[in-house]
Design a protein around this ligand. Structure first.
Ligand SMILES: *Cc1c(COP(=O)(O)O)cnc(C)c1O
Length: 359
């Protein structure tokens, strides 16, 4: 079998064992004679799978019944619009701007003409860090952050503790570490599965039910969180295959020892890679110390020509997905949960050789 080393930012690599299990069950789910794609989302078989997946998410994050776990569609992008639509309550919504994805979220708040503020930003330093001393007003309708900035490679080491409900876009670090929802006052926590937790097609939304109930009558029914909470995400046909794949990834995380074990492995991978980059006078990391993402490592060689050569030669060496995002340029290695320490070390060997020849 020829699988390449995949450092794509999203959609991105999935654990091989998950793909193998999906392959084995593709035609006949658990030997029942049908694919999980071919049966009703309201039938007994899918229902059980669906509710088990919800229970697993709740267990990993220690969520009580104040929270609902939804599997929606429309990507994280639709959430940029759904958040202000559902959670703005006539006061103020406060955003921290740490990159492209928060800029897009802020734009949706503007379009909806709500009263919003950008309380901190790292735009003036090309989003190379998470701003310090972020302060949300205690009585804000919600505070908004993106926990991991996929493009710039920055990440909150700690989710801020707030008095106002906090909304977190965790698309690219979903299920990568334990998070205490209660002590942080997280009101809503979401992400597309396709970065760190499954295939494209489902958005995981964890929401405190009391916040969802703020919604105004003018919000269209399919765009209200309350609609999907009441219907257990079945107000319309969900992405059943995506939920199935996500459930397999949840089992894989458990097999790895859970979120703490995953987090420890991620820390080791990231420190190996940043350590190598910092000790080299050839490669340079974009993100500043203290703000560096464990998930996406954005870096450059001394020139854009060498960056392009790097991408090309990496592909010749069976390593894909290393081109940086078009907005930042350079290179990016996404080292999500499913990327192993060994794969990171193989990348570093390639980087060393590339530096030796081109440095
Ligand atoms: C990829 C990404 C998004 C957009 O996700 P879609 O599912 O394509 O809408 C939003 N936020 C972050 C942090 C992302 O990495």
């Amino acid at each position: 079998m020829n699988r390449v080393l995949n450092f794509s930012a999203g959609p991105s690599t999935l654990p091989l064992s998950v793909l193998e299990r999906a392959r084995d069950e593709f035609i006949s789910y658990k030997g029942m004679g049908f694919s999980i794609m071919e049966v009703s989302h309201r039938g007994k078989v899918f229902d059980e799978l669906h509710n088990n997946a919800i229970a697993k998410v709740k267990k990993f994050y220690g969520l009580n019944d104040d929270y609902a776990v939804l599997f929606l569609q429309g990507g994280a992008t639709l959430q940029f619009a759904q958040v202000p639509m559902n959670l703005y309550n006539g006061g103020v919504a406060q955003y921290v701007n740490t990159g492209v994805w928060t800029t897009k979220a802020i734009k949706e708040a503007k379009i909806q003409n709500i009263n919003y503020e950008v309380v901190a930003s790292s735009e003036d330093t090309k989003f190379d860090r998470i701003p310090q001393n972020i302060k949300f007003s205690d009585n804000a309708d919600y505070g908004y952050i993106c926990s991991n900035n996929t493009i710039y490679g920055t990440q909150y080491k700690e989710i801020p503790t707030t008095k106002c409900p906090l909304v977190v876009d965790s698309s690219s670090d979903l299920l990568s570490r334990e998070i205490d929802f209660n002590s942080k006052n997280i009101g809503m926590f979401y992400g597309g599965a396709q970065k760190n937790a499954g295939p494209a097609g489902i958005t995981i939304v964890i929401i405190r039910k009391d916040l969802a109930s703020r919604v105004k009558d003018s919000v269209p029914t399919p765009l209200r969180y309350t609609t999907q909470i009441e219907a257990n995400s079945l107000a319309n046909t969900p992405c059943t295959f995506g939920i199935y794949m996500f459930d397999l990834v949840l089992d894989w995380i458990k097999d790895q020892g859970g979120l703490n074990a995953i987090n420890a492995a991620n820390k080791k991978k990231a420190s190996t890679l940043y350590g190598f980059i910092d000790n080299s006078d050839f490669y340079k990391a974009h993100a500043k110390q203290g703000s560096r993402s464990l998930m996406n490592v954005s870096f450059t060689t001394p020139s854009t020509e060498l960056d392009a050569k790097f991408v090309k030669e990496a592909e010749q060496n069976s390593m894909i997905g290393l081109k940086g995002h078009r907005l930042l340029g350079g290179l990016r290695a996404s080292i999500y949960n499913a990327v192993s320490q060994k794969e990171v070390e193989t990348l570093i060997e390639f980087m060393k050789e590339f530096q030796r020849v081109n440095g």
